[in-house]
Design a protein around this ligand. Sequence first.
Ligand code: BV8
Ligand code: ZN
Length: 239
Amino acid sequence: MFGPVADRLRQAEKIVFVTGAGISQESGIPTFRGKDGFWRKYDAMKLATIDAFYENPKLVWEWYEERRTNILAAKPNPGHLAMAELEKYRPVHVLTQNIDGMHQRAGSTKVYELHGSIITIKCTVCDFKDIIVTGFSELPPICKCGNILRPDVVWFGESLPQDVWHAAMQQASSCDVMIVVGTSLAVSPANLLPAYARQNGAIVIEVNPEETPMSTSMSLSIRSSAAKALPDLLTVFQR
Ligand code: BV8
Ligand code: ZN
């Protein structure tokens, strides 16, 4: 699958991945907009917003708790694992839109969570932040300061964590290979990252069973799933 760009890959000094929900699909974590999208049951555009949270914090919390339970029961798939293994051959940076922590669980060491993480919570008022290790006795959970706690994720209309976003832009602008896996590239500003890589003369490869709005501007668009294609990527370096 990576044959046409194998030489460029082997010459790569640094490989940057941009990943979305599709890379976790084969771990049993539904994507957002796909046919199995669990956002069918809920309208994510309505729920993943600060207004929905203040309007009905219990409902939004129930949605995140359902997703967190599913995520904690899921396992990294061969796609996540191949990306972690690739670190043996080249410096790898993973810019992910996912909040499921799967890249870290697979062993990737440089992961930038652009949209936050489902296993951390923060207070809506004070600067309390913590990792969630158990369930909650009541939803929404209440902070020591008396205000409600929220999932530490980036909702629509909220800005990305500035330090993470700047670091991600820096990585995208200084790599010679970018591999975009499992994202519809529908959400900004994450969908700008491939343009930063191209501006730096990088080759940009897409791994997605379906076309995306950026497929035509890719150096190579591989119509395959992450769990099938990414182990194949490893073989380019193992020859
Ligand atoms: C911001 C975290 C500014 C929470 C998410 C009009 C109105 C309102 C807003 C906007 C607008 N136009 C633009 C905006 C901005 C908005 C935006 O982009 N909206 C879109 C929808 C139009 N963006 C924002 O609001 C961002 N913030 O712009 O702030 C600002 C600046 C300063 C000050 C204040 C504000 C914040 C965006 C982050 C939103 N949070 N999630 C949570 O997860 O609950 S977004 C959500 O969508 C996820 O993070 C997800 O990662 C992201 C993108 O989805 P994908 O990951 O691509 O998943 P999707 O299902 O779409 O696609 C899956 C793909 O995988 C498919 O292509 C499929 O073919 C493929 N696939 C399937 N199976 C496989 C596979 N690929 C490989 N292998 C497989 N097996
Ligand atoms: Zn508080």
